[in-house]
Design a protein around this ligand. Structure first.
Ligand SMILES: *[C@@H]1O[C@H](CO)[C@@H](O)[C@H](O)[C@H]1NC(C)=O
Ligand SMILES: *[C@@H]1O[C@H](CO)[C@@H](O)[C@H](O)[C@H]1NC(C)=O
Length: 249
């Protein structure tokens, strides 16, 4: 009994990998260049299937697991820190809302995919290690941390090219470009300065008061780390479903 279930699962996965799959019936499908339909469809997938969707080959996106992120600012920067996060979670994508989009046209060569989204809050939580200087103050520490990005307004651009597999054309996503702004950054690093609570509390306060200057220095590193996992998440559906099958006939 157990063996046959395993066999069935194996065969199912094998078939899925070998043959192209059809567009899942429980996901709204849109006509060519119907941007408002597309925006609603993306919202619906994100809100209802943030834990992943097998038929779409979508990995869980909330929480989104990120293996590591390194923010290494050079010594000329006012924020010359080496900040490393490992095995952390990014929480909040399920509340994302698309407010504008372009591209995603049937003519794959002339499609510049872009979606603009708002996310009320993105929380990055996990272990950190920091060393360096923040606006003249030395900083050092390691422990648990969380960073909250409030009211994220992001432009997500998808770059790629058509690729043919077994006679079907797919969109091969090669890069996600992310630009974003926020209205507030809140930071909490536990165990700064070897656990010296007074120094640590002061430093957290200082960072939170000067969040704007700090964010201006580190936003691109954060964007790059998030882009890398978004690439993997968005690649799933595009690599599994032939491009023409993404659209309503
Ligand atoms: C962030 O850190 C603070 C202090 O450790 C904690 O109270 C809070 O629950 C954390 N938030 C999240 C989302 O992890
Ligand atoms: C993000 O970083 C770039 C380069 O450091 C900077 O020019 C830009 O102003 C930053 N954006 C925000 C919103 O702070």
């Amino acid at each position: 009994m157990t063996n046959s279930v395993i066999l069935l699962v194996t065969i199912f996965l094998f078939v899925n990998l070998v043959n192209c799959i059809d567009f899942p019936k429980d996901i709204p499908q849109c006509k060519n260049d119907d941007q408002s339909c597309l925006q609603q469809a993306i919202d619906e997938v994100v809100h209802n299937h943030f834990s992943g969707h097998r038929g779409l080959h979508l990995i869980p996106i909330d929480p989104l697991k990120i293996r590591s992120m390194l923010i290494a600012q050079n010594s000329e920067s006012p924020v010359s820190i080496t900040l490393k996060f490992t095995e952390f979670l990014l929480i909040g994508f399920k509340n994302m809302k698309v407010y504008s989009s372009s591209g995603f046209k049937k003519d794959i060569m002339n499609s510049n995919f872009e979606v603009d989204v708002k996310i009320p809050s993105l929380v990055l939580t996990g272990p950190y290690e920091i060393k360096g200087r923040v606006l003249v103050l030395p900083i050092t520490g390691h422990g648990q941390s969380n960073l909250t990005l409030e009211n994220v307004d992001a432009k997500i651009k998808l770059l790629g090219h058509p690729e043919t597999k077994d006679g079907e054309e797919y969109f091969h996503l090669t890069k996600v470009k992310l630009d974003f702004d926020i209205t507030r950054l809140r930071v909490n690093f536990e165990n700064l300065f070897n656990g010296d609570k007074a120094l640590g509390d002061n430093m957290n306060l200082f960072i939170n008061e000067n969040w704007k200057e700090i964010f201006a220095e580190i936003n691109q590193s954060i964007a790059e780390a998030i882009s890398e996992v978004l690439l993997i998440a968005i690649q799933g559906p595009f690599s599994a479903i032939p491009y023409r099958k993404l659209f309503l006939p």
